[in-house]
Design a protein around this ligand. Structure first.
Ligand code: NAI
Ligand code: MG
Length: 353
C-alpha cells in the first residue's frame, strides 16, 4: 500500500486554473517516483461561484476542507468583485478557522532571475509572519457616518499565546538554518502592543540559547532589506509588518510569479494551505503565459509539510535547472508558455534516475 495524501484543490480565479494543473502534474510525477499518491479533490469555489451563488464558497466549505490533509490554492480575485469580499469570503476564514497562525514565505534568488537590487545575488531568507491576530482584527468600527465628526477605530490584538507560538516557530526554523532570528518591531512608536511583542519574543527565544536574536524597527528593516538583503536568515513579524516586508523581500528576489507561501497549522490539528504569493493576475489570465513556479514551489512546500521531503527537493531542483538552462516565461524575459515551461520541468523529473 502506498502512502496517500488527500489534497483539496481550490484553483480559484484568473491564472489560478492555469498554474494549478501545471504544478499538480509535476507533483504527481514525483509522487509516482517516491511511491506515494496525491489524491486530489477539486472544489470550484471563488469568483465564478460567487457570481452564481452570492458567496465565495458554500456554508459547509470549512467542514468539507477539514477532511483533507492539506489545501492547494491558486488565487482568488476578480476585477468585478470587491477584494474585501474575495479575501474575507474565502482566504481569511480558511486561515482563521484552521488556525493557520504561521504564514511562511521563503525568499531566495533563483538562477537566471535577476534582482532589481545590486548585490542581492545570494538572498536566502524566510519570513515568518503571524497570520491570525495582530493588526488584522475585526475589532473596531465606524461611527458618526457621513458627519463632520466621523471616526474609524481598528484595534490591534496581540495575545501571549499568539506571540509565543510564532516566536517559537521562528526559533525552531532558525535552528535548522543559520540560527539567526530577526524580530521586527516598532516599540518606539506603538507603545502598548509592540513592547509586549518584544518582551514575549525575548522570553521565548531565551529557551533557544543557540539561536541569536536581533530586534529591528520596521522602518529601518525596510531600508536594510534593500541595502543588505543577504544579511538575514529568519525574520519574524506581526501580521501587518510581515505582509509588507514579504512583498518587499519578494520584489528583491526578482519576480512575484516565483514566490510561494504556506499557511501553516504546525500542530496539524487542521489542514494547512499552500499557495503562490501572487494573485489572479487578470491582466494576463487566459493567455497561457503565467509563470507556474510560485505554484510549483508552494506545492513543494506542501510535500515537505506532508513529510515527503525528498520529493519536495526534486521539484525545486527541477524548476531551478530549467531556469538555469535559459528557459523562462515572459515575466522573466523569456518566451516559454506555461505549458512549455511545465513540460520541461516534468521531463526533468521523469528523467531522474
Ligand atoms: P497579482 O499578483 O495578481 O498581479 C500583479 C502583477 O504581477 C500583474 O502584472 C501580473 O500579471 C503579474 N503576475 C502575477 N503572477 C504572475 C505569474 N505567475 N506569472 C507572470 N506574471 C504574474 O496582483 P494584483 O494585480 O494586485 O491582484 C489581482 C487580483 O488578485 C486582485 O483581485 C487581488 O485581490 C487578488 N490577489 C489574490 C491573492 C491571493 O489569492 N492570495 C494575493 C494577491 C492578490
Ligand atoms: Mg500581501
Amino acid at each position: 500500500m502506498s502512502r496517500i495524501h488527500n489534497i483539496a484543490v481550490i484553483a480559484g480565479d484568473g491564472i489560478g486554473p492555469e498554474v494549478v494543473p501545471a504544478a499538480m502534474r509535476c507533483l504527481d510525477t514525483v509522487a509516482d517516483r517516491h511511491g506515494f499518491v496525491l489524491r486530489w479533490t477539486e472544489y470550484p469555489w471563488g469568483s465564478a461561484y460567487y457570481h452564481e451563488n452570492g458567496v465565495m464558497m458554500p456554508a459547509d466549505a470549512i467542514r468539507t476542507l477539514a477532511e483533507h490533509d492539506a489545501i492547494f490554492l491558486g488565487a482568488v480575485g476578480d476585477p468585478d468583485i470587491p477584494d474585501t469580499v474575495t479575501l474575507w469570503g474565502l482566504l481569511i476564514p480558511i486561515r482563521r478557522r484552521f488556525n493557520q497562525y504561521v504564514n511562511l514565505r521563503p525568499v531566495r534568488t533563483l538562477p537566471g532571475v535577476p534582482s532589481p537590487v545590486r548585490g542581492a545575488e545570494n538572498v536566502d531568507l524566510v519570513i515568518v509572519r503571524e497570520n491570525v491576530e495582530g493588526e488584522y482584527s475585526e475589532v473596531g468600527g465606524r461611527l458618526y457616518r457621513d458627519q463632520p465628526g466621523e471616526a474609524a477605530i481598528q484595534e490591534a490584538i496581540f495575545t501571549r499565546v499568539g506571540v509565543t507560538r510564532i516566536a517559537e516557530y521562528a526559533a525552531k526554523l532558525a535552528r535548522q538554518r543559520r540560527k539567526r532570528v530577526t524580530s521586527v518591531t516598532k516599540s518606539n512608536g506603538i507603545v502598548h502592543t509592540m513592547p509586549f511583542w518584544d518582551e514575549v519574543v525575548a522570553e521565548t527565544l531565551a529557551n533557544y540559547p543557540d539561536v541569536e536574536l536581533e530586534k529591528v524597527l520596521v522602518d529601518a528593516m525596510a531600508a536594510k532589506l534593500v541595502l543588505q538583503p543577504t544579511a538575514y536568515d529568519v525574520i519574524v513579524a506581526s501580521n501587518l509588518f510581515g505582509d509588507i516586508l514579504s512583498d518587499l523581500a519578494g520584489a528583491i528576489a526578482g519576480s512575484i510569479g516565483v514566490a510561494p507561501s504556506g499557511n501553516l497549522n504546525p500542530e496539524r490539528e487542521y489542514p494547512s494551505m499552500f499557495e503562490p504569493v501572487h494573485g489572479s493576475a487578470p491582466d494576463i489570465a487566459g493567455q497561457g503565459i503565467a509563470n507556474p513556479i510560485g505554484q510549483m514551489w508552494a506545492g513543494a512546500m506542501m510535500l515537505e509539510h506532508l513529510g515527503e521531503e525528498a520529493a519536495a527537493r526534486e521539484v525545486v531542483e527541477a524548476f531551478e535547472a530549467v531556469l538555469a538552462s535559459g528557459i523562462r516565461t515572459p515575466d522573466l524575459g523569456g518566451t516559454a508558455t506555461t505549458a512549455e515551461f511545465t513540460e520541461e520541468v516534468d521531463a526533468r523529473l521523469r528523467a531522474l534516475p
